[in-house]
Design a protein around this ligand. Structure first.
Ligand SMILES: Nc1ncnc2c1ncn2[C@@H]1O[C@H](COP(=O)(O)OP(=O)(O)O)[C@@H](O)[C@H]1O
Ligand SMILES: [Mg+2]
Length: 239
């Protein structure tokens, strides 16, 4: 399998969301929310976006143990700043750097910190004081949980829920990731899409197994008849 980010629909939608946040007029708020189930490709998409030449952003990933201090320290570190205390001074530094460099802030795995009012308010402060795009990324629950934080919720102007990969997406993954020009017939692509329930992690694991079989059999065209689809999906049950 080749290692690259395939520009499937969810990826293109995120790019559009980010462009919208950047080109918005002064009266439109600049926080974006990206959510969807685990394994759908959110982190991969954000990392890809972050690495685009025209994107000046910093990316941080929250953890279960994060406190306001640890998260702000991570953000400061990514900006090349020394941590400062009290935390208000750290926020001032972050704000100054973000404004000066016109940086966007991507915060992944927001689920872990959404229960902390101080963390969520610090993120809102950073947005309010910079007006730079802030992208919050998380799983299903964040959309609902964030709606209870009115101050933050009111600043969200762009919103994407990751959709299951469809047939076209699966075909694109196969086309761009498989080695040796291996091609899957439509019936197999369709079976992979249905069995994986559109979850990218499961799609890629299935494609990898199919690729291995194709290489072992020295074939470059594979159809549903050539594989045992149940075996392909045996150890990739939904987590
Ligand atoms: N657009 C993509 N192109 C290539 N691989 C992808 C893509 N989206 C997801 N993947 C792969 O699928 C797996 C799960 O993706 P991930 O970004 O971790 O999902 P999430 O953050 O939504 O849980 C990863 O191993 C990643 O490499
Ligand atoms: Mg992720």
């Amino acid at each position: 399998m080749k290692l690259k980010t395939v520009e499937v629909k969810n990826v293109l939608r995120c790019e559009e969301l980010f462009d919208n946040l950047n080109s918005r007029s002064a009266i439109v708020e600049g926080i974006g929310l990206v959510h969807g189930p685990s394994g759908f490709g959110k982190t991969t998409t954000m990392t890809w976006l972050f690495n685009q030449d025209h994107v000046d952003a910093i990316y941080v990933r929250c953890r279960a143990t994060d406190t306001p201090s640890s998260l702000l320290t991570k953000i400061a570190f990514e900006m090349g700043l020394e941590p400062k205390y009290p935390l208000g001074r750290m926020v001032d530094d972050i704000v100054e750097r973000m404004r000066y460099k016109e940086l966007s802030l991507f915060v992944d795995e927001v689920d872990y910190v959404i229960g902390s009012a101080r963390i969520m308010e610090s993120l809102r402060d950073i947005y309010d004081l910079t007006q730079q795009p802030v992208l919050l990324i998380g799983m299903d629950q964040i959309a609902r949980r964030i709606s209870h934080r009115k101050q933050l919720f009111n600043r969200i102007s762009e919103w994407i829920e990751f959709q299951p990969a469809d047939f076209e997406d699966v075909a694109l993954f196969a086309d761009e990731l498989l080695e040796n020009e291996i091609r899957l017939e439509e019936d197999l692509l369709d079976a992979v899409q249905r069995k994986a329930n559109g979850e990218v992690r499961r799609i890629l694991s299935a494609l990898e197994k199919i690729e291995r079989k194709a290489i072992a059999a020295d074939r470059d065209k594979i159809s549903l008849d050539d594989v045992d689809i149940r075996e392909i999906f045996l150890d990739s049950r939904r987590r």
